[in-house]
Design a protein around this ligand. Structure first.
Ligand code: ADP
Length: 495
């Protein structure tokens, strides 16, 4: 099959989406960029331009923040009951389910991921997030604090205000859902900036937000580049909080930009997650789990299990098992039903992963399988298992964000824990063993926001996700995320 997708293969709404320049969503209206400029979104399976999208900049961010401020302070949104707010969020979840096919197709075309994966993972998880958060809208409560009979004191949890949300390209729709869900449940208003590589599904989501009946200005979507639109949003003096998911490097820029008005900041950043296999683990589920830990979404997951530590006696068996899994992966365009791994998202990302491969080889690492980009058009790279690495190599220390795992043997558990924690990141990790006590002991010792035991990449709207160390500030999902979208007000009255 050719890597180009014809419009006949697309849902009619998707064909329309890529057939006409897309506008931004500000104050409930579809508008062009103030500058009139557009930017291209590429099909990563071919490298060809797929759609043109309005190129928002500072002025568009200003317009969107103004709309979000007005919607926060006046009109239908602040006067709505929590129950009505919850119903709107629930309805949005329903609409995502109804439009699953269109959303999955857009996600596959824009990001490159297999359509089958977008259908069973990205879109249903996004719908589920809104359904979960809909229930929280009515359960955001304060306390009464009986510190003295002379006073009546209580706390209120109030929405933080206008929130800027900047999201990445690896799970474009799902990241929008993770961000929007708690903001809407708590009664905030939002300016969302999707990644420039993958702006399309957020724009379809905005259509569904309008269809659900959210008042104008509650959610605004400004498409554009990070250095311009994103930076303007992070620095904006009338934004009360910025929530960012992306690289640690940009996360640090966000913190600096936020300092101007000391807006609240939450960050979900990079990772270099240790995936630890003990000799007593169930071999077949471990091999399958270790493979999907790194190869799912082409390794473009901040929590990818990219450092695979295997107890010495099992090393060869697990490495060859993961290598066999890698050989079975069918690389191809996301729309091909046989594809199990699509292209990386962009040429920049392909070059980045290839540079890491070269760096590993030049420092003495070897590939048991893979190690190259695929010849021809599109941004395809082979799933790769590297051995003969050591902790000082860049491929072991830095986040590659591609389907490349470094497999390393260990013998001593204390040294292993020290090595696993020897990272500037602390997002996730996993342990594979039949010894449940050992599993929990290791889980306690790992300095990471999530530890999976005998599984990997298990996500649910109820499970908080976020990082220790330079993997971020705060948590996404679960009720922890709601607290980060509220301010606590203490009210104290003399009786
Ligand atoms: P990657 O390097 O994987 O593309 P980034 O961290 O650069 O990831 O991008 C994540 C998001 O951050 C995107 O929406 C991007 O547009 C945005 N972004 C990039 N640079 C900046 C910046 N200087 N200020 C604000 N947002 C930015």
């Amino acid at each position: 099959m050719s890597t180009a997708v014809s419009t006949a293969q697309m849902h009619s709404r998707v064909a329309d989406f890529v057939g006409r320049p897309r506008k931004m969503f500000i104050n409930g209206k579809w508008v062009e960029a103030a500058s009139g400029k557009t930017f291209p979104s590429y099909n990563p399976a071919t490298g060809e331009v797929m759609a043109q999208v309005a190129e928002g900049d500072r002025e568009d961010i200003n317009r969107a923040v103004k709309a979000a401020r007005a919607a926060f302070e006046t009109g239908a949104w602040p006067s709505m009951s929590a129950s009505q707010r919850g119903r709107l969020i629930w309805k949005l979840g329903d609409l995502i389910e109804e439009h699953l096919e269109e959303l999955a197709q857009l996600e596959s075309l824009d990001n490159g991921k297999p359509l089958a994966v977008a259908r069973v993972a990205d879109v249903p998880l996004a719908a589920d997030l809104f359904h979960y958060m809909a229930g929280w809208a009515t359960k955001i409560e304060g306390n009464t604090i009986p510190f003295s009979p002379k006073y009546f004191a209580y706390t209120r949890r109030e929405p933080i205000g206008v929130v800027g949300q900047i999201i990445p390209w690896n799970f474009p729709l799902l990241m929008a859902a993770w961000k929007l869900g708690p903001a809407l449940a708590t009664g905030c208003t939002v300016v969302l900036k999707p990644a420039e590589q993958t702006p399309l599904s957020a724009l379809l989501l905005a259509e569904l937000i309008a269809e659900a009946g959210f008042p104008a200005g509650v959610v605004n979507v400004v498409t554009g580049y990070g250095e311009t639109a994103g930076a303007a949003l992070a620095a904006h003096p009338d934004v009360d909080k910025i929530a960012f998911t992306g690289s640690t490097e940009v996360g640090k820029l966000i913190v600096q930009a936020a300092a101007g008005n000391l807006k609240k900041v939450t960050l979900e950043l990079g990772g270099k997650s240790p995936n630890i296999v003990f000799a007593d683990a169930d071999i077949s589920s471990t091999i399958a789990g270790a493979s999907s830990a790194i190869f799912f979404n082409h390794g473009q997951c901040c929590c990818a299990g990219s450092r695979l530590y295997i107890e010495q006696s099992m090393f060869d068996k697990v490495v060859s098992g993961v290598a066999d899994e890698a050989k079975k992966i069918k690389i191809g365009p996301g729309f091909d039903p046989d594809t199990s791994m699509g292209p990386l998202v962009s040429e920049e990302q392909l070059n980045r992963v290839c540079n890491y491969l070269e760096s590993g080889f030049s420092e003495g690492a070897e590939a048991v399988v893979g190690g190259h980009k695929r010849a021809g058009s599109g941004y395809f790279v082979e799933p790769t298992v590297m051995v003969k690495t050591n902790p000082s190599m860049k491929v072991v220390r830095e986040e590659i964000f591609g389907p490349v795992v470094c497999a390393m043997p260990f013998t001593d558990i204390d040294k292993l824990i020290a090595e696993a924690n020897q990272s500037e990141y602390g997002l996730a990790g996993a342990v594979w063993t039949r010894d449940i006590s050992k599993a929990h002991r290791v889980a306690e010792k790992l300095r990471a926001g999530t530890v999976w035991i005998n599984c990997y990449n298990v996500f649910d709207a109820s499970l908080p996700f976020g990082g220790y160390k330079q993997s971020g500030w705060g948590r996404e999902m679960g009720h922890e995320s709601l607290e980060l979208y509220t301010e606590v007000k203490t009210v104290c009255a003399q009786l």
